[in-house]
Design a protein around this ligand. Structure first.
Ligand code: NAP
Length: 282
C-alpha cells in the first residue's frame, strides 16, 4: 500500500503550533504583525488565492492587509506600493500575487521586496541564497514539498529526483532544495528529449508542468515517490496518480497534498519573519 503524504493534515497541525507562536510574538511586539498581499487586477483565481491567504493569516491570529490595484497599474506604481510596505514596520511579510498584468516588470517588482519581508521567496537574492544552502525565505510551494517529504521521513540522500518543470517559483527552486538534500537531480522541461525514459530512472518524481495527468503510469518505476505539485481545473494534478498508486511507494494526493502546504509555508515564513522582528534579529 502506498503511503499517502497528507499535506492537509500536516498543514492543520502546523497551524495549531503557529497560533501559539503568533500569540508570543504579539505579546513581545505589542501589536499584531501583518502579511500584506498585493493583488493587481481582478483575475478570479488570483482573487480566490489572495482571500485564502488572508483567511489563513486570520486563523492563526496574524493580521492581513490586501492591497488591491487596478489592472492598468504601471511598474513604477507597483514599485512605489512595495516601497511603502517595505517601510511599514507592522508589515512583516509581503506577497505579490502573480501573474501580474503584462505591462508590469514582474521580476523588478519581486526583486524590490525587502529580503527580510520576502516570505513568498520570490526575490532573486532569496533564490540565490537558498541555492547556496544559506538562510533565506524559500518559494512557498517548494518549501511545502520539502516539509512534507521530511515530515513523512522520505529518504532523499543519494536518490535520483526528476523534476518535470523549471519555473522560477516551482521547478527550479525545488530542484535546488532537493540537491541541497543530496539528491541527484535532473530538471526536465518542454525541450527535454525522451522524457518518459528519464522519468523511468527516477526514485522521486516532482510533477510541476501545469498539464493534467501529464506524467503517465508507464513512465514511472516500481517503488517511486510521486510529488504532484500540479493543480489544474477540476482538482487534477500533473501526474496520473490514479493509475500510479499500485506502483508507487508514496504520493501526494491532489487535492490535499502539495496545495495546502503552499499557503501553510507562506504563513509559516510570515511567522518566522515576525519572530525575527520581535527578537530584533533582522
Ligand atoms: P509554468 O510556469 O507554466 O511552468 C511549467 C513548466 O513545465 C515549464 O518549465 C515548462 O517548460 C514545463 N513544461 C511544459 N510543457 C512541458 C512538456 N511537454 N514536457 C516537459 N515540460 C513541460 O507553471 P508553474 O507555475 O511552475 O506551475 C506548474 C504546476 O504547478 C501548475 O499545475 C500549477 O497550477 C501548479 N502549482 C501549484 C501550486 C500549489 O500551491 N499547489 C503552486 C504553484 C504552481 P519550459 O520552461 O521549457 O516552458
Amino acid at each position: 500500500m502506498a503511503l499517502v503524504l497528507n499535506g492537509k493534515l500536516l498543514a492543520q497541525a502546523t497551524e495549531e503550533d503557529l497560533k501559539i507562536r503568533v500569540e508570543k510574538v504579539k505579546e513581545k511586539l505589542g501589536y499584531t504583525p501583518v502579511l500584506a498581499t498585493i493583488l493587481v487586477g481582478d483575475n478570479p483565481a488570483s482573487v480566490t488565492y489572495v482571500n485564502m491567504k488572508a483567511k489563513a493569516c486570520e486563523r492563526i491570529g496574524m493580521g492581513s492587509q490586501i492591497v488591491r490595484l487596478a489592472e492598468t497599474t504601471t511598474t513604477q506604481e507597483l514599485l512605489d506600493v512595495i516601497d511603502t510596505l517595505n517601510n511599514d514596520v507592522k508589515v512583516c511579510g509581503i506577497l505579490l500575487q502573480h501573474p501580474v498584468p503584462k505591462q508590469i516588470d514582474e521580476r523588478a517588482c519581486f526583486d524590490r521586496i525587502l529580503l527580510s519581508k520576502d516570505v513568498d521567496g520570490v526575490n532573486s537574492q532569496s533564490y540565490g541564497l537558498m541555492s547556496m544552502g544559506r538562510d533565506a525565505y524559500v518559494s512557498a510551494t517548494p518549501f511545502g514539498i520539502m516539509r512534507i517529504l521530511k515530515h513523512y521521513g522520505i529518504e532523499l540522500a543519494g536518490k535520483h529526483a526528476v523534476v518535470v518543470g523549471r519555473s522560477a517559483i516551482l521547478g527550479k527552486p525545488v530542484a535546488m532544495l532537493l540537491l541541497n538534500e543530496n539528491c541527484t537531480v535532473t530538471i526536465c522541461h518542454s525541450k527535454t528529449k525522451n522524457l518518459p525514459d528519464i522519468v523511468r530512472t527516477a526514485d522521486i518524481v516532482v510533477g510541476a508542468v501545469g498539464k493534467p495527468k501529464f506524467i503517465q503510469s508507464d513512465w514511472v518505476k516500481d517503488g517511486v515517490v510521486l510529488v504532484d505539485a500540479g493543480y489544474n481545473p477540476g482538482n487534477i494534478g500533473d501526474i496520473d496518480l490514479e493509475n500510479c498508486i499500485n506502483k508507487c511507494s508514496a504520493y501526494t494526493p491532489v487535492p490535499g497534498g502539495v496545495g495546502p502546504m503552499t499557503i501553510n509555508s507562506l504563513i509559516l515564513q510570515t511567522v518566522m519573519s515576525a519572530e525575527k522582528l520581535a527578537n530584533d534579529e533582522r
